[in-house]
Design a protein around this ligand. Structure first.
Ligand code: PDD
Length: 284
């Protein structure tokens, strides 16, 4: 069955959906995106994603072609039309099509594209029961990682390096310190304390991160928002990542070194449960 996607005001079968070869998203990676998860046919933390989208657009002096209310309707319509019970909604807005020039065009209509990805078993995944393995790689990305742009070549290369090394993902290192995973935020647990890098321009301000830290504090867990080194990570009791597509995912190995017992730790396991319970309740 062909997916129904949304392109610039129209719902179309994916084969019929088209964007211009002059689109600046294609030519310059001049665009931003969001990924929102769907559980029980409902959107998880839609407001968080809509707010970050607005911020990303603002930082790049781009206008949204639709209001936040319309965006919610489009998300819901796509979930319904594609019968998504568990999965993801991908949204991308670019500066639009214009003759190739590095300067922003004076008058280009932004391009907006949304599509769904069905992911049965997203919440109850085998990976979450087993935990994932990560390797470390240098972080050579640009300096505005807080803007969720579609420049994803280096994260793609990182994922491939991990695959080649027999791992699942890569954590990126800058000045000896972990910034984040290729498409997720990174955490370690030492004793009863959860440590994750502070917000800044060096990392994406994860929507899942914000919710997970709130739930952790509500559950009286200690949270430290500070940078940590890869050595500190390797000697941690446990580790995990968060993102809209993985929720809270335990990490059981870093650069070939097992953490703790080599199985998902209690803090990551508990936080995943709390996150999924609470977010299902608040889903729209
Ligand atoms: N990635 N850091 C990076 C570099 C990311 O790309 C992402 C999300 C995150 C986690 O953010 P959030 O919790 O808001 O999903 C952190 C999405 C899922 C992706 O690119 O598919």
């Amino acid at each position: 069955m062909s997916r129904i996607v949304y392109v610039n005001g129209e719902y179309l079968p994916e084969e019929e959906a088209k964007v211009s070869v002059f689109d600046r998203g294609f030519l310059f990676a001049d665009g931003v995106y969001e990924v929102t998860s769907v559980l029980d046919g409902k959107l998880i933390d839609f407001d968080g994603h809509a707010k970050r989208l607005e911020r990303s657009l603002g930082e790049l002096e781009m206008e949204s072609p639709v209001t936040a209310e319309a965006l919610l309707e489009i998300h819901r319509e796509l979930v319904a039309r594609n019968g998504i019970d568990e999965g993801l909604v991908y949204l991308q807005i670019t500066r639009g099509a214009a003759d190739r020039d590095f300067a922003y065009p004076e008058a280009a209509e932004p391009t907006i594209v949304l599509f769904t990805q069905a992911k049965p078993g997203l919440a109850d995944s085998a990976a979450s029961r087993k935990g994932i393995k990560v390797i470390s790689i240098p972080d050579i990305r640009w300096g505005r990682r807080d803007i969720k742009t579609v420049q994803l070549l280096y994260p793609s290369m990182g994922k491939m390096a991990a695959k080649k090394a027999g791992a699942d993902d890569a954590w990126m290192i800058e000045d000896g310190e972990v910034t984040e995973g290729t498409s997720n935020n990174a955490y370690i647990v030492k004793g009863r304390t959860i440590v994750t890098r502070h917000l800044g321009t060096e990392i994406l301000h994860g929507i899942t991160r914000a919710a997970v830290l709130r739930f952790a504090r509500e559950a009286q867990m200690e949270v430290e928002e500070r940078a940590f080194t890869i050595e500190e990570a390797k000697s941690a009791d446990e580790a995990f990542i968060t993102s809209a597509s993985s929720f809270v995912m335990p990490v059981v190995e870093i650069d070939g070194q097992s953490l703790g017992t080599g199985a998902p730790g209690p803090v990551a396991t508990r936080l995943r449960e709390i996150y999924l319970d609470e977010m299902r309740k608040a889903a729209v």
